[in-house]
Design a protein. Structure first.
Lengths: 416, 537
């Protein structure tokens, strides 16, 4: 009780310093559930609220975070030809992963939450919790070496134009995390496309290119590792000969499944020890997150099921046509490559941007599966399609709902 | 068990490590080991989770064997219940959508007589009543049960009558001199005004005139706007729901016990007033209802089973004969039908009511036999535990909050007392330490037999609509409530009508409002929409 009284005493005045008051209110309601009671309507309310919903999604993503951080380090050392086993060089890989991930995480949250606080103070309402999930998703969909200033711009774009311009949480049309990625994709394409971007820590991915270690590697972590007697970061490492930073999808586009399995084994692709965006590689862990979301009924299973149905159907059609090597890849193989599972579990199921009727969710999911796969397989410029497919369907989700509702209205009016 | 998992885990890691370096390892062996290991790990996790749930259930005093505590539904949850044997005639409807909120403080099935000292009729209980109705008797005048108390100047034929005999002590005023309560200090022995009852085969207008003059007309609720009907309005159907699935609602079998003849007479009267039929909604959930309901004459019977709101009359109307166009449908509560029946049998206005006193904050939740509009202080005397409570006339979902010196509402059949939740909870949204009722999968509910002690904390602040599909899962009607609410907010009349606003009333969306993640005030939104629509018509 003493702590609570102290906290209430230092509350900034709402009129004199709105930004401070908003920040205070955000952190206060984060720590203490407010004491407001029901005034009209039902006298008791469900224990579930928006904060809890968002936090459940963030918790479902945590295993992807852990694995993704470690995988950044693993891919770095595989490119250098050292510590090829997954567990070898554990401390080095984890340190490298943290050095890459933590700045991205911090910049995303500082920029995003800062903008949210500013807008909430300007409008005079509480900070709404929508950014908890977007802020957790954005680091996972970025390549590990993304320049932080580009990341900051993309988050600012997504939050200001994608969300606040429409009215804040619950009013946005497009998925905020995907908007930030699509900004980088169109404005700075070389930082997010191609074979150069998925391996971090080198000047460029070419034979003999040198490593790019900063003070955190050589000063901070090396001194810790030396005192503990572990191996240290080697500043003379170079990229081994014949290494291309190609992801499985890039290889599949060139030569189909055979070319993919020549470089990566199926278990690698399933467990995620492959180059890619930070959080999207481990299919098993993403499936675990999706299972958590389905069991707690936080995400809609209909959207996920619809996407899988769309994927399977479209793959069968493409397999039947089979004109390019990529079109012969079967649906189980498609599931193992790229970011389909991540998009299905966390991006497409965003309740604000998806369809809101149950029938609409099926149609929405199936169309995402269809369009996303077409873009993946038939697109010569970029071998992945889920970001664009989901943004496209976000635009049309209200239209799908409109037709479902109209049929309900027609049915009712025809009774009269 | 643990050693097995550990062994398999190590084998998995070893295989994984070898698979990374060279892809010539036998994939079949690896994948089968991986699959078995994954299955064992997940099975162990689920076993651990359900054991933890059992421990929590025991801590909260629930028998873990009696209901399904595990993570997954059992087979019995999937087989939809068959029509019970006692549900002989009439249609049977089973609903899966909805949710039963199991609160502590169920009334024990004993009925005591409790005659309060003061009673009041509140004009504010009626939608569309003008703020200052004309009160006929003077303050200090004696009235008999059945004498006129007040009437709306716009509709002077419909009289609102006194439930008991006694002296008018006060006409309480609210804002802008509107009348909020007409209070009677009751006689110890209630005396009734005797009137001549018309024959049931008389003209409809004669019956209507009689009912309006003698206080029976306000007992009828007309949908779609929940108003007292116009005298010339003819409903296409009349619906009566004989069971209430709201939290801690009274058992109507106990209510109708001993009054079966009056109930049947009331039904006979109502049959004369509609162009269609009188429909009874009967309880098909497991216990056989009173014979007054299941053997009623001259009515259509329909059996309903499922979680709340299966007992709501709006849900019954939707599944039997939905309201369309400009149709009017009347609904009445069981106790109102009994009052009508008793008037036609005896010529006296008997406004006796069986009121259930419920809630975890009562030391002795029970049923009491009293009269309409009883004072809550008398009803709850000596029964309330603790200081910081909220007294609700009605159920926790759609009842009205009343002060300690207030009176129960016109159509109320229960009083619920719950604790006010006006204290801060550290990380209350992240770690709900005290059990609370919820429809969400993220908050544990230890089987279907747990009784929760709810409080009035909002558990979160109001936000925009975020979650979709939540309302549809709690309303067993072919309506999209979220889109309806958005149409109401934007004032789109055609869309509101097309989406079915005329089929809904507050109690139907009350459960949706309880469960709303964004804490939206759906009931008041719905009422705004209905008022908006009524003005346009």
């Amino acid at each position: 009780m003493g702590l609570l009284e102290f906290i209430k005493k230092i509350e900034p005045d709402k009129k004199k310093s709105p930004l401070l008051h908003t920040a205070y209110d955000a952190f206060f309601t984060f720590a203490y559930a407010p004491n407001s009671v029901t005034k009209s309507g039902t006298h008791i309310k469900d224990g579930m609220d928006l904060k809890r919903l968002m936090v459940t999604v963030v918790i479902a993503m945590q295993v992807c975070y852990l694995f993704g951080t470690y995988n950044i380090g693993h891919q770095h050392f595989v490119a250098a030809g050292e510590y090829l086993g997954f567990i070898e060089g554990f401390h080095l890989k984890l340190a490298h992963g943290l050095i890459k991930l933590l700045p991205i995480f911090v910049v995303t949250h500082v920029v995003g939450l800062g903008i949210e606080f500013y807008f909430a103070a300007k409008k005079g309402h509480a900070v709404e919790e929508g950014f908890l999930v977007s802020g957790a998703l954005i680091p996972l969909i970025m390549p590990p070496d993304i320049p932080l200033w580009i990341l900051a711009f993309s988050v600012a774009f997504a939050v200001i134009i994608g969300k606040e311009a429409f009215g804040g949480t619950g009013m946005n049309i497009w998925n905020i995390a995907l908007l930030s990625r699509v900004f980088v994709f169109f404005a700075y394409p070389l930082t997010i496309a191609g074979d150069q971007v998925w391996i971090s820590g080198f000047e460029k991915i070419a034979d003999g290119a040198a490593v790019n270690y900063g003070w955190w590697h050589t000063g901070f972590f090396n001194s810790i590792f030396e005192t503990l007697g572990l191996t240290t970061f080697d500043t003379t490492s170079t990229v081994i000969n014949g290494y291309s930073g190609a992801t499985p999808l890039a290889l599949a586009y060139e030569g189909g499944w055979e070319k993919v399995t020549a470089t990566f084994s199926e278990s690698q692709m399933l467990w995620g020890a492959i180059p890619g965006s930070i959080g999207e590689t481990s299919k098993v862990l993403i499936a675990l997150g999706a299972l958590i979301l389905i069991i707690t009924r936080v995400a809609s299973w209909r959207i996920m099921a619809g996407m899988i149905v769309g994927l399977i159907g479209t793959t069968w059609i493409l397999n039947a046509l089979g004109s390019t090597p990529f079109m012969t890849v079967t649906w189980t193989q498609h599931l193992m490559m790229g970011s389909f599972l991540f998009a299905m579990a966390f991006m497409a199921t965003d309740p604000v941007t998806a369809s809101t009727t149950n029938t609409g969710k099926w149609i929405y999911g199936i169309l995402i599966g269809f369009i996303g796969l077409i873009i993946r397989v038939m697109n010569p410029a970029y071998p992945e399609g889920w970001m664009l497919a989901i943004l496209f369907l976000n635009t049309f989700a209200p239209t799908i709902d409109y037709f479902v509702i109209e049929s309900n209205i027609k049915k009712r009016l025809s009774r009269a | 068990m643990n050693k097995l998992i550990l062994t398999f885990g190590l084998a998995l890691v070893a295989n994984f490590a070898s698979a990374q370096s060279n892809s010539n390892a036998s994939n079949l062996l690896f994948f089968s080991v991986a699959a078995v290991c994954a299955v064992l790990v997940i099975w162990a996790m689920f076993g651990l989770a359900s054991n933890l749930m059992k421990i929590e259930a025991l801590k909260n005093g629930i028998d873990p064997e009696s209901s399904n505590i595990g993570l997954f539904p059992t087979l019995s949850d999937f087989i939809s219940p068959k029509r019970p044997k006692y549900a002989k005639n009439g249609s049977f409807h089973h609903f899966t959508k909805g949710h039963d909120i199991n609160l502590a403080g169920k009334p024990t099935p004993k009925l005591e007589s409790l005659h309060a000292t003061r009673y009041a009729i509140k004009p504010t209980d009626f939608h569309g009543m003008s703020p200052i109705p004309k009160v006929e008797p003077e303050v200090g005048q004696d009235v008999k049960a059945g004498d006129v108390l007040f009437y709306d100047k716009k509709r002077p034929e419909v009289k609102y009558c006194a439930p008991v005999s006694g002296e008018i002590v006060e006409v309480k005023r609210g804002e802008k001199r509107s009348i909020s309560e007409v209070i009677i200090l009751a006689d110890k022995e209630v005396s009734f005004k005797k009137v001549q009852v018309p024959d049931l085969n008389a003209e409809r207008s004669t019956l209507v005139q009689f009912m309006a003059e003698n206080g029976l007309w306000p007992l009828i609720n007309e949908r779609p706007f929940d108003v007292v009907p116009e005298l010339d309005s003819v409903p296409v159907n009349i619906f009566i729901s004989t069971f209430d699935t709201a939290p801690l609602a009274p058992d109507n079998n106990l209510v109708v016990h001993g009054k079966e003849d009056e109930f049947q007479k009331g039904l006979d009267v109502l049959t004369k007033l509609t162009s269609g039929k009188v429909h009874l909604g009967l309880d098909g959930r497991g216990t056989a209802p009173s014979l007054a309901f299941s053997e009623a004459d001259g009515v259509e019977k329909h059996w309903f089973s499922g979680p709340h709101p299966a007992g709501n009359v709006g849900v019954h109307i939707h599944h039997v004969s939905p309201i369309k166009g400009q149709d009017k449908v009347w609904t009445l509560t069981v106790q109102n039908v009994i009052t009508i029946g008793k008037m036609f049998l005896t010529g006296e206005f008997h406004a006796e009511r069986v009121i259930a006193l419920t809630g975890a904050e009562l030391s002795d939740p029970k049923y009491v036999q009293t009269y309409q509009g009883a004072s809550v202080a008398d009803l709850l005397k000596g029964n309330v535990v603790g200081e910081n409570n909220r007294i609700i006339s009605g159920d926790v979902l759609s009842g009205q909050q009343i002060n300690e010196d207030g009176f129960i509402s016109f159509n109320a059949d229960q009083v619920t007392v719950v604790k006010e939740g006006n204290d801060y909870e550290l990380f209350g949204w992240l770690l709900p330490l005290a059990p609370r009722p919820s429809v969400s999968g993220t908050i544990p509910s230890y089987g279907t037999d747990t009784e929760f002690e709810a409080n009035t904390n909002t558990h979160g602040e109001k936000r925009a609509f975020v979650v979709s599909g939540q309302y549809e899962d709690l309303l067993p009607m072919d309506i999209y409530p979220q889109h309806l609410m958005k149409a109401i907010i934007t004032g789109n009349i055609e869309r509101m009508e097309g989406l079915g606003i005329t089929e809904l009333t507050e109690e139907d969306v009350a459960l949706c409002e309880f469960a709303c993640t964004s804490k939206n005030p759906l009931q008041s939104m719905l009422r705004d929409g209905l008022n908006n629509l009524k003005e346009q018509l």
